[in-house]
Design a protein around this ligand. Sequence first.
Ligand SMILES: *[C@@H]1O[C@H](CO)[C@@H](O)[C@H](O)[C@H]1NC(C)=O
Ligand SMILES: *[C@@H]1O[C@H](CO)[C@@H](O)[C@H](O)[C@H]1NC(C)=O
Ligand SMILES: *[C@@H]1O[C@H](CO)[C@@H](O)[C@H](O)[C@H]1NC(C)=O
Ligand SMILES: *[C@@H]1O[C@H](CO)[C@@H](O)[C@H](O)[C@H]1NC(C)=O
Ligand SMILES: *[C@@H]1O[C@H](CO)[C@@H](O)[C@H](O)[C@H]1NC(C)=O
Length: 424
Amino acid sequence: MTMSSFVLLLSGLLCAANAEALYPETVLRPPSLLHDFQKNNISTSWAPGHPKEWSDKEALRYEFSDGGPYRYTSGAIFATALSSDEKFLVTVNTSNHVSVVDFATGTQVFDCTLSSTYQAEYRAVRILTGSSGYDVLVSMNYQEVQKLHLSPQGGYLGNVTVYPGGLLYEKGSPSISHNERLFITAVPTAGQYNIYNLDDPSVHLTLNNQPDDMYDASITPNDAYVVTRSYSYSGMPGSTKMWSATTGALLRDFNNTNSETLAISPDGTLLVTSLSREAVQLWSLTNATAPPTTLPFPEQTNGVQRLAWSPDGTYLAVGTYKNLLVWKLSPAPTLIQWYQIEANGHDVSGLLWLEDSKRLAYRVFGGLEIYDFESNLKYRWGSSPNSHWVDGAYMVENTILAKGKGWIGGLDGDAKVRFWEVPA
Ligand SMILES: *[C@@H]1O[C@H](CO)[C@@H](O)[C@H](O)[C@H]1NC(C)=O
Ligand SMILES: *[C@@H]1O[C@H](CO)[C@@H](O)[C@H](O)[C@H]1NC(C)=O
Ligand SMILES: *[C@@H]1O[C@H](CO)[C@@H](O)[C@H](O)[C@H]1NC(C)=O
Ligand SMILES: *[C@@H]1O[C@H](CO)[C@@H](O)[C@H](O)[C@H]1NC(C)=O
Ligand SMILES: *[C@@H]1O[C@H](CO)[C@@H](O)[C@H](O)[C@H]1NC(C)=O
């Protein structure tokens, strides 16, 4: 053995050892299920051919990588987003290389490397559609957001604009308004959220919420109001506040809701906030004196990842550490599904409703799964002992539905962007 091959071998071993140390509970087997989805008391089962592997050639429709195959080495894609018209996919890798890809052909139409002292965060890229083209926002670790303005053909126009703070990504907040013209950043050093308007550089609203270590916000469907929250793990009480998204005026103070995450209902009348690790609370946005309704979890959890209303407002899905809970809200809130995996350090996150409330997609244990409420079947694309899979949902919860193509996917467990055909 030559010295160089020995060094290579040794460094390979060290990398493997580091991965083990960072992710001690890595096990290449699916976790045991303690509770599963069910319909009429019959447990769900896998759809024919499932679970499938990430690379399953029969199901795979689109695959894109940028420089490297493995998340913890070079070149891995950290974040991805698809424009709402499904024309352009944008990816960012670990060296802040931005690539804009024509989603119809899979060819790159623009790329650049952003110059920054900081590294782009996982999940923290957006592409917004406007009348004069597209705006790509890349968030660097709550330090700065860089904006690139692209033409309707995806070409680059003008200079990079830098905004203070970061997009709200930890809990999967879109951080953008429904009309895709406003975006929200959090500026931890200043203890505030900022709102900017992409069409009007003079708009810069400041919302004073105290500093802490996790941010989330939700905008009403008409883009008129925004609710922000902050939560302090260091002993300071958190706060949840409702503001005008056009003037920045404080409209309502919910005080400390003890929430990690929040979401406004599709009709704009209800706000759901998590309540510590024990429940969620529903607040009326039309009656400020009405007390909240509390929906307790069947078991205390260890962190709430995501609150997802079904598009028709019929159901509320809650992804937490180990659990996925679904309530039917009318006539009275009822817990109708409880999915739970064994305690091996994995969150259930990346919730996305499909076909209104017929199916629910979620990320768990390094994979993407869908539960179909009508057929009572589950689908999965995910890791196998042969894949480059390392850990669970934490860094891979960019789930994207490309409706026009009938594909579902996004960033997967080995830092590639992959889409599969949505099963009929
Ligand atoms: C499901 O099972 C539970 C407990 O065994 C029972 O109380 C309930 O009535 C059953 N529901 C249906 C829809 O069969
Ligand atoms: C990011 O992508 C670019 C272009 O593919 C590549 O040159 C660069 O090496 C990648 N970054 C890393 C850290 O590998
Ligand atoms: C880009 O920045 C340079 C230097 O500040 C300036 O001269 C130029 O006009 C800018 N271009 C656009 C399109 O804004
Ligand atoms: C928030 O605190 C203020 C001042 O203590 C109080 O007047 C108000 O009722 C509280 N609001 C809620 C929703 O608890
Ligand atoms: C608002 O809620 C309060 C407290 O539950 C209730 O007394 C009041 O009638 C409600 N107002 C309206 C307009 O529904």
